[in-house]
Structures are given as C-alpha cells and as structure tokens.
Design a protein around this ligand. Structure first.
Ligand code: IMP
Length: 189
C-alpha cells in the first residue's frame, strides 16, 4: 500500500485528510516535525517554502497545507496572518471586529503542496465561500470553525462532523484535487 506523509502538527487537519484518503486506499501518515512558516504575501509562498525546507528531510511522498480566512469587509484580513490572529484575538476578536458589520461574507482558502522524491512540487487550491456568524456555534473542528458558515448550509463548520465539513470546505476541495492527481499518477483511472 502506498504511504503518503501529511506534514502538520494540526490533528484536526490530519483527521480531515485521513477521512478523504481512506477512499483511495492510500495510507496517510502524520509527520509533526514542522517547518518554518515564513511571513509572505500568499499562501502559495508559505507552502512552497515549507516543501523546499522538507524535501531533503523526508524520503516518502509528502504534502503540506497552508490555509487562511479572508474576510471581505476587512479587505481580506486576517488572510496570511490567520494563525497569528487566531492565537492573539481568536474567534472572539474577529466577531468584535465585525460588530455592527452587515456584510459578513468571507472565504477560506487552502493551498496544498505535494512532492514526490526527485520531482517538482505540485500545488492544488481550494476555496470555500461563506459568512462569519454573529456568535460562536459548535465545538467540532478547530480554529475559526465555530464562526464560519459555508454557502449551502446553515451550520458553522464547528457544528459539522468531519465528513460534512469536507463536503464544503476549502481543504476538502484542495485535497480532492490532490487525490484525483494521485489516482491518475498511480494509474487507477
Ligand atoms: P495554517 O494553515 O495552519 O497556518 O492555518 C492558519 C490559521 O487558520 C490557523 O489559526 C488555523 O486554525 C486556521 N484554519 C486553517 N484551516 C482552518 C479550517 O478549516 N477551519 C478553521 N480554521 C482554520
């Protein structure tokens, strides 16, 4: 069985990816060793720097993923600063910034960078449009999940189980593209 390594210390992200990989018979292994998350203008730059850093440290095919929450009324903030902003002001801070703001539209973006030994990295993207709720709801998931309601649902990601979140989410979409790529490369189609 082919093994692929997902480089992440985020167990929530790993659970979501494992659920998806199960369907194509690839064993997913978590590597929590980490990599420097540089401060850059785009998620792609952060992801590709991480891949470069890890490429001589891992001998198996691996991928990593960088994501962010982009709020329209805040001109895309927190965006590439999402991790720092979550650690500092969290969901409550975002709700406070949006107090009395009517346009609550936002999107999550995900960039997955996958690398096979000796090959160039391949990048896959996923976007999920939605709205920031007026209050935190649900205790599933992680990060901004309790305040994000994807288009097509009335529930926050925090109120969904992994499978349902994957069916809407930015990461569900970028990982789906990776799975389709791997299926082609592995000759399963
Ligand atoms: P990173 O991709 O781990 O750097 O994520 C940046 C920030 O966005 C972190 O604070 C994460 O918790 C948050 N984040 C990333 N993906 C999601 C998600 O699917 N739901 C909620 N928060 C997320």
């Amino acid at each position: 069985m082919k093994t692929v390594v997902f480089v992440t210390h985020n167990n929530g992200k790993f659970r979501e990816a494992k659920e998806k990989f199960r369907s194509i018979g690839v064993e997913l292994r978590q590597y929590s060793g980490g990599y420097p998350e540089i401060q850059a203008d785009t998620l792609e730059e952060v992801a590709l720097y991480g891949v470069e850093y890890l490429s001589d440290k891992l001998s198996e095919p691996f991928f990593l993923e960088d994501a962010g929450l982009f709020v329209d009324a805040l001109k895309g903030f927190p965006g590439v600063y999402s991790a720092y902003v979550f650690r500092s002001i969290g969901c409550d801070g975002i709700l406070k910034l949006l107090e009395n703001v009517v346009d609550r539209s936002a999107e999550f973006r995900s960039v997955v960078a996958y690398k096979e030994p000796g090959e160039e990295p391949v990048v896959f993207r996923g976007v999920c449009r939605g709205e920031i709720s007026y209050e935190k709801k649900g205790s599933n998931g992680f990060g901004y999940d309790p305040i994000f309601v994807p288009v097509g649902s009335n529930l926050t990601f925090g109120e969904m189980d992994v499978k349902e979140k994957n069916s809407f989410s930015h990461r569900g979409k970028s990982l789906q593209k990776l799975l389709e790529y791997m299926r082609r490369v592995m000759g399963k189609d």
